[in-house]
Design a protein around this ligand. Structure first.
Ligand code: CP
Length: 358
């Protein structure tokens, strides 16, 4: 049992609760001074096992703007992780020093593993190529601010849809709102994982798959560009083959609607030409700024909401079956129970969502 307000995946909260957090972020954005003492005396730990600019600093700025304090590391090499301390011990200790713990980690399912042992609220700031729910809250707030709605949207997602945790969380969230359609723009090798496509189908949303931006751009309300992430490829030659496939240029923007917006979770490498930045439809820097306001709202919501007592693992424990995903947190944190949801002919890892055929 767990009685903290964790955000490991977007489905830890309901759609009305997402809307509540986004509504609170809009109020904070309009009048930040009103919230400057709301977290006085509270401590947030930010544990970043993987590099970050926006997520880490916007969380830290958010807590400081709420009147709270921050501790943590942005390089595990400067902590006792470098001496071999496991995730469990680090989280157990740091969570007793803090009221809320924000963690980014290289391994998929690591946020759930942290929430299992933490003595405070845990927020997933990105677990490998798996999920990034606070980026999704940022993206939803940006859509609300820029287009005024979260439904009836045709959304193009371009680039690394396979390892793109921001894409996975965003697609899962937007498919909960009515009449949203997705155009998935990727190479076959970087296509959206089938389990996310299953989520889209199960929620009754439509999607199409294309190979080029040109095929899709004229129909879109929003184009979500993503970086091809070198750090996610097991083989660097594969990255070299994929890295320059997509680039949004000023020339391509001529074919987009006048009211289409371009979003990107950032960092950008070369998938959006710098000249596009001057186009008023380029919303990605405004999007990054929204991240701070939505994280202020999330911290406040997490701290003030009555905890919902719920189990973090609900599946079957199989001691003799290992998750087949080499990036799953259970592969290195060996004390974790091997917990799976049984879907008849497959087991679904409860940490990383890997499907294992029986
Ligand atoms: N969007 C995002 O997660 O950016 P950072 O990696 O800089 O945190």
């Amino acid at each position: 049992m767990n009685n903290f307000n964790n955000l490991v995946d977007m489905d830890d909260y309901t759609v009305p609760q997402w809307n509540e957090i986004i509504g609170l972020a809009e109020k904070i954005k309009a009048n930040p001074e009103e919230y400057s003492e709301k977290c006085r005396g509270k401590i947030m730990a930010t544990l970043f096992y993987e590099p970050s600019t926006r997520t880490q600093m916007s969380f830290q700025a958010a807590m400081i703007r709420l009147g709270g304090n921050i501790i943590g590391f942005d390089n595990p090499g400067n902590s006792s992780v470098a001496k071999g301390e496991n995730l469990k011990d680090t989280i157990k200790i740091v969570s007793t020093y803090s009221d809320i713990l924000v963690m980014r980690h290289t391994q998929e399912g690591s946020a759930k593993a942290a929430a299992l042992v933490a003595d405070c609220h845990v927020i997933n700031a990105g677990d490998g190529g798996h999920l990034h729910p606070t980026q999704t809250l940022t993206d939803l707030l940006t859509l609300k601010c820029e287009l005024g709605r979260l439904d009836n949207l045709t959304v193009g997602l371009c680039g690394d849809l396979k390892y793109g945790r921001t894409v996975h969380s965003l697609v899962k969230a937007l498919s909960c709102y009515p009449n949203n359609k997705f155009v998935l723009i990727s190479t076959p090798d970087l296509a959206l994982p089938s389990y996310i496509k299953d989520v889209i189908r199960a929620r009754g949303s439509e999607f199409t798959e294309v190979n080029t931006i040109d095929e899709a751009i004229k129909d879109l309300d929003m184009l979500y560009m993503t970086r091809i992430q070198r750090e996610r490829f097991a083989d660097d030659s594969e990255y070299e083959r994929q890295k320059d496939v997509y680039c949004l240029t000023k020339a391509k923007m001529q074919y987009a609607r006048k009211d289409m917006i371009v979003m990107h979770p950032l960092p950008r490498v070369n998938e959006i030409e710098v000249a596009v930045d001057d186009d008023p439809r380029a919303a990605y820097f405004r999007q990054a700024n929204n991240g701070m306001y939505v994280r202020m709202a999330l911290i406040l919501y997490t701290m003030t909401r009555e905890p919902k007592i719920k189990p973090l693992l609900v599946g079957e424990i199989h001691k003799d079956i290992a998750c087949t995903n080499p990036k799953c947190v259970t592969r290195t944190e060996e004390y974790l129970p091997h917990s799976f949801i049984n879907r008849g002919d497959i087991l679904v890892c409860e940490y990383c969502d890997e499907r294992i055929l029986l």
